[in-house]
Design a protein around this ligand. Structure first.
Ligand SMILES: [Zn+2]
Length: 426
């Protein structure tokens, strides 16, 4: 293992590699918080491994063990990662971009990219001897945490909201988690924070107000998305990587993955990171040049929210780590409406055969806006991360689909029904 410790992304303060879910104590104010990130001995990594060595290993997350903060003897795994990068020329044409690739994270063990975070986070919890696992989540993160806690043989509590979709609640409880609900996100973070302080359990999610993001050990799991993209594109850096954004964990983790590779001298160019969100949490703060933690306007501002189909990314407060990834890569944040999101979900499913959840489809609605506004050139190579399966919340899609007609079993009746329900004629 090449982990050397943790460092604050904002002030650079160094910490030991312990479970510090509140982020940097030195930077914390009532209106600002900064995440810690894992540090490594990159010189030792450079000596210990080569691209060819990694390439020769089986295609899953732990192929990149040298870049992860856990001794692999403690790993808790279900063969997550190693997901395909799908070229999607037909969808690309409708969105106005020539080279569109989708990183299909729906193929993970609990059907979402959270399995990368949870495999690494819960491995770390086991290495540290944590007595239990807790998480504050309405969706994919909870399902994944519950599954990996089960796999690790550790008790698990998930604090959710009452309006979390049925599928996700069923998954969490089926995996053996004890699930409870509280009214708001802030309530969830508060109660999980108290539980962690009182019982020494390990939280895979944010516990801080203002939010710092998920455990920094788990965020390292997202770096493997960047490593895989580079393998899959034959080491040609994409121009743009588009990520649905909530706590900014994945946005920052994927960005860090690319910067790791440049640090080792394996790549020269870095992509521009683009965030897509249903509320302007990142967009507003970026536009104002705020959220820097220092001076006037340094606070992390909370924007108003509402119900959204993209409930997994319905975040109202940005994190410093997410803003950092956007600023360092000269990216931007795009806000999309639910109608655009649902249109993108069905457009992807019906042109390329991939059914993703609304919280993933926001990225495609974002690509359309970015190309239309000139922020992304039509000839750019664009990778969008499809974070989770549409089967997590099929009711949201069902509301937009025509009723299935019941017909007499004749070709003539079928022709009439197809024309009426779908406008389809042979
Ligand atoms: Zn700090």
């Amino acid at each position: 293992m090449f982990l050397t410790g943790l460092r604050c992304l904002h002030c650079g303060a160094e910490y030991p590699a312990a479970d510090l879910p509140m982020g940097c104590e030195r930077c914390r104010t009532p209106h600002f918080a900064s995440a810690l990130t894992c540090t490594y001995d990159y010189e030792a990594i450079r000596k210990a491994t080569r691209v060819e060595t990694l390439q020769a290993r089986l295609g899953w997350l732990w192929r990149y063990a040298e870049f992860l903060p856990v001794d692999p003897v403690h790993r808790v795994t279900m063969r997550e990662g190693g997901t395909p990068l799908m070229p999607c020329p037909r969808l690309g044409a409708t969105l106005g971009v020539r080279d569109l690739y989708l990183k299909d994270e729906t193929r993970n063990p609990t059907w979402s990219f959270k399995d990368r975070l949870c495999s690494v986070a819960i491995s770390k919890a086991r290495e540290m001897g944590a007595p239990g696992i807790i998480a504050s989540t309405t969706g994919n993160h909870g399902a994944s945490t519950a599954a990996y806690a089960a796999r690790a043989g550790l008790p698990c509590i998930i604090v959710t909201r009452a309006d979390a979709p049925l599928t996700v609640r069923v998954l969490m409880q089926s995996y053996g988690a004890r699930v409870v609900a509280v009214p708001t996100d802030e309530d969830r973070w508060k109660v999980v924070g108290e539980w962690v302080a009182r019982h020494g359990w390990f939280s895979t999610t944010n516990v801080s107000v203002p939010p710092v993001g998920s455990t920094p050990f788990g965020v390292e799991g997202y770096k493997t998305i960047a490593y895989e993209i580079m393998h899959q594109l034959d080491w040609e850096t994409p121009d743009v990587v588009v990520v649905p954004v909530s706590a900014g964990d994945a946005l920052f983790g994927i960005w860090k993955g690319f910067t790791d590779l440049r640090r080792l001298g394996w790549i020269d160019d870095l992509p521009t990171m683009m965030a897509v969100e249903p509320f302007p949490a990142y967009a507003v703060v970026l536009e104002r040049g705020a959220g820097t933690g220092t001076g006037e306007g340094g606070a992390l501002v909370t924007v108003p929210g509402r119900r959204t189909v993209a409930f997994n990314v319905g975040t109202r407060t940005p994190t410093y780590q997410g803003l950092l990834a956007l600023r360092e890569s000269r990216g931007r944040a795009v806000v999309v409406e639910d109608t655009e999101t649902m249109e993108a979900q069905l457009s992807l499913a019906s042109t390329e055969g991939l059914y993703v959840e609304a919280s993933s489809a926001v990225a495609l609605a974002g690509v359309r806006q970015l190309v239309a506004s000139g922020a992304v050139a039509p000839e750019a190579t664009v990778v969008a991360v499809m974070t989770s399966s549409g089967l997590k919340d099929p009711e949201a899609t069902a509301a937009r689909l025509p009723q299935v007609p019941l017909i007499e079993p004749t070709a003539a009746a079928m022709e009439a029904a197809l024309a009426k329900a779908y406008g389809f004629r042979v």
